[in-house]
Design a protein around this ligand. Structure first.
Ligand code: HEM
Length: 370
């Protein structure tokens, strides 16, 4: 391993020469805040806060690849799922920490920021290639972004400025070639045994189709019963309510059977969420919860960034040229794991679920793969 500085870190050494500063690369790290340029206290705070975020981004990128690699396998061993959950938990905590870290930024007053803002030129967090790398590894598609923005567009222009910027572009291009976390998760969900039927087995298509149809019928029935109850009570605008339920049914159909064909990954997800109490589904549901928690923490991170920005620069145009707060608020709508959120809309209370078939498969079984 690289030896950073005299007496520094060497993973292969015995550590006897190691110093705290050397191990952490502190001398280098603490020389990167522009003291020699005589920056003001406020500007130093601005720089340190950004650098701290970027350090966390670096760690998050490592964690996300680790989680993706665990899930990106034809047979995810049960013993590996808790590991993925642990890493997800760490990323969530980092995002929570970062979401509250905006408070430190908010100690910068609007006037205090204006005092050095011009010096930033067009530099903006918009140019954070680590932020884009995180999004790419997670699986945020251009179509899901504000104005269907190409995440690399801006970095192609920046790449002409310096070797380091060119290297950042290469890094992002390479990330785009990787399996995303959302697609690894989707492939894993697709293999969920549904009503005891295994992915790819004889009769699986029919078994899954029967399960999905039974669920959709029970879901539609809720609307029918609710509407007749409301009609009996003389609720006004009953036609509007009926139309709302009809749209909800159509939404449930489109979710589970896009283009009329069952989406097995979504059916698997529905099955896990519906029969959460089954022992064999315990870890899968913990994993799903952990992913939802991660995305929620990211959304809150984005939301708090927008509020901090609104407080400091109001509705000004951003240094990167975007609409500023409006742009940042629009990014809070991003949902990379849309299916995990969407399935919640169509869940049924336990007594309305289709009767479980082949329940013994989901009992307390040992993991034969270990
Ligand atoms: C006074 C403090 C800050 C202000 C006023 C501010 C303002 C903005 C604005 C207006 C944008 C939209 C792009 C643009 O037009 O520039 C933006 C984007 C961004 N900022 Fe900040 N920001 C601040 C601090 C930070 C800090 C400390 C970080 C931590 C790394 C950060 C990270 C980002 C990122 C990653 C984006 C891109 C968001 C996206 O495209 O999804 N910002 N910021």
């Amino acid at each position: 391993m690289r030896n950073n500085m005299g007496g520094g870190y060497s993973g292969s050494g015995d550590g006897s020469n190691r110093t705290y500063g050397g191990y952490l690369g502190l001398h280098e790290l603490l020389s990167l805040q522009r003291d020699e340029e005589g920056v003001s206290n406020d500007e130093m705070h601005f720089i340190v806060t950004h650098q701290t975020f970027e350090l966390w981004f670096k760690q998050v990128i490592r964690e996300l690849r680790e989680i993706r690699d665990i899930l990106d396998s034809k047979h995810v061993q049960e013993s590996q799922v808790p590991k993925a959950v642990e890493h997800l938990g760490r990323v969530t905590e980092i995002f929570r920490l970062m979401a509250s870290q905006w408070k430190v930024m908010e100690t910068l007053t609007p006037q205090g920021f204006l005092a050095f803002r011009d010096g930033l030129g067009t530099a903006s967090g918009f140019e954070s290639y680590q932020m884009r790398e995180m999004e790419i590894i997670l699986g945020l598609e251009p179509v899901g972004r504000v104005s269907e923005m190409d995440p690399l567009g801006h970095f192609r222009k920046l790449a002409k400025r310096s070797e380091a910027d060119a290297a950042a572009l290469v890094r992002l291009e390479a990330a785009l070639e990787e399996t995303t976390l959302v697609s690894a998760l989707t492939a894993w969900l697709e293999r969920t045994p549904i009503m005891g039927s295994f992915y790819g087995s004889d009769g699986d298509t029919a078994a899954v189709e029967a399960y999905v149809s039974a669920h959709l019928a029970a879901y539609a029935n809720i609307g029918v019963e609710t509407c007749s109850r409301m009609e009996a009570q003389g609720v006004e605008n009953i036609e509007a309510v009926k139309a709302r339920f009809a749209a909800a049914n159509q939404g449930a159909n489109d979710f589970l059977k896009p283009d009329g064909v069952v989406n097995r990954a979504r059916a698997g997800l529905l099955f896990i969420e519906s029969y959460r109490e089954l022992p064999l589904l315990a870890w899968p549901r913990v994993l799903i919860d952990a992913v939802v928690e991660l995305e929620e923490s990211m959304v809150l991170f984005r939301t708090h960034h927008a509020r901090m920005v609104e407080r400091i620069i109001g509705r000004r145009v951003g240094t990167g040229g975007s609409s500023g707060v409006d742009y940042l608020d629009a990014t809070t709508k991003y949902r990379i794991f849309g299916d995990l959120w969407g399935v919640r809309t169509i869940l049924l209370k336990p007594e309305l679920r289709p009767t479980l078939l082949n329940g013994e498969i989901y009992g307390f079984a040992g993991d034969e793969s270990q």
